[in-house]
Design a protein around this ligand. Structure first.
Ligand SMILES: Cc1cc2nc3c(=O)[nH]c(=O)nc-3n(C[C@H](O)[C@H](O)[C@H](O)COP(=O)(O)OP(=O)(O)OC[C@H]3O[C@@H](n4cnc5c(N)ncnc54)[C@H](O)[C@@H]3O)c2cc1C
Length: 180
C-alpha cells in the first residue's frame, strides 16, 4: 500500500510529499500550508480506516478551534486470518522503555485461564508488553478466534493508561458463566 499523493498537484501550492509519498502534518493534521489539512492514508501510516476516521475528527475539531490532538498510542489493528491476529500499542522491541526490557520488563501470558479459551481450537495467545517500573500497559498482541473483537478492550486499557493490574483484577465473564 502506498499514499495516493502523486497526482494531487500539491506541489503547485507549495507542498512536497516526503520520500514515501506521505504529506507531512502536525499533530492536528495541518500541513505546512496552514489552510491545507491532510488525513488518512496520505498523511501517515498505519493505513487503516479507523485511524483515517479519527484523524478527520481531530482535523475538523482543530479547524473549529477546539484543542484536539492526535494520540496514536492506541490504534488497534487486525489481520482477518484464521486464526485472527490483532494488536495495539508497542511490540516488545517497539518502544524506548520496552526495547530496553529484559525478561522482567515484559510479560507473556497464554490465554489458558478460562474454560472458554481452553475449549477454543486453536488456543488463544495473548502477549502483554508492560513497563516494568510503572506496570503501565504498552502493548497487547492477541492470536486466536475473535482476536479482532478482544483487542478493543486492550485499546481502551492503553487509552486510559491502565496498569497491568487494572486488567488482571477486572472480572471477565466466560461463556459458561453467562449460561448459568
Ligand atoms: C483491499 C483493502 C482492504 C482493506 N481492509 C481494511 C480493514 O479491514 N480495516 C481497516 O481499518 N482498513 C482497511 N483498509 C484500509 C482502508 O481502506 C484505508 O486506510 C482507508 O480507506 C483510508 O481512508 P482515506 O480517507 O485516507 O482514503 P480513501 O478511503 O481511499 O478515500 C480517498 C477518497 O479520495 C478520492 N480521491 C482520490 N484522488 C482524488 C482526487 N484527485 N480528487 C478527488 N478525490 C480523489 C478517492 O476516490 C476516495 O474516495 C483496506 C484497504 C484495502 C485497499
Amino acid at each position: 500500500m502506498r499514499p495516493n499523493s502523486a497526482d494531487l498537484g500539491i506541489e503547485n501550492v507549495g507542498l512536497q510529499p516526503d520520500a514515501r509519498g506521505f504529506i507531512t502534518t502536525n499533530d492536528q493534521g495541518q500541513t505546512s500550508v496552514p489552510s491545507i489539512w491532510a488525513i488518512g492514508d496520505v498523511s501517515a501510516p498505519p493505513m487503516l480506516a479507523h485511524k483515517a476516521f479519527r484523524e478527520a475528527v481531530v482535523a475538523a475539531e482543530a479547524i473549529a478551534g477546539k484543542p484536539a490532538r492526535k494520540d496514536w498510542r492506541a490504534i488497534p489493528a487486525a489481520i482477518f486470518s484464521d486464526p485472527e491476529i490483532a494488536y495495539v500499542g508497542w511490540t516488545q522491541e517497539g518502544g524506548d522503555s520496552a526495547r530496553s526490557a529484559d525478561e522482567d520488563r515484559t510479560n507473556a501470558i497464554r490465554g489458558r485461564t478460562g474454560a472458554r479459551w481452553r475449549c477454543e481450537k486453536p488456543r488463544v495467545f495473548v502477549k502483554t508488553v508492560i513497563d516494568a517500573t510503572t506496570r503501565q500497559i504498552l502493548g497487547v498482541h492477541i492470536v486466536g478466534p475473535r482476536a479482532s473483537d478482544m483487542i478493543s478492550e486492550a485499546a481502551l486499557a492503553l487509552e486510559m493508561g491502565a496498569l497491568a493490574d487494572d486488567v488482571a483484577t477486572t472480572i471477565h465473564r466466560t461463556r459458561r458463566s453467562a449460561k448459568l
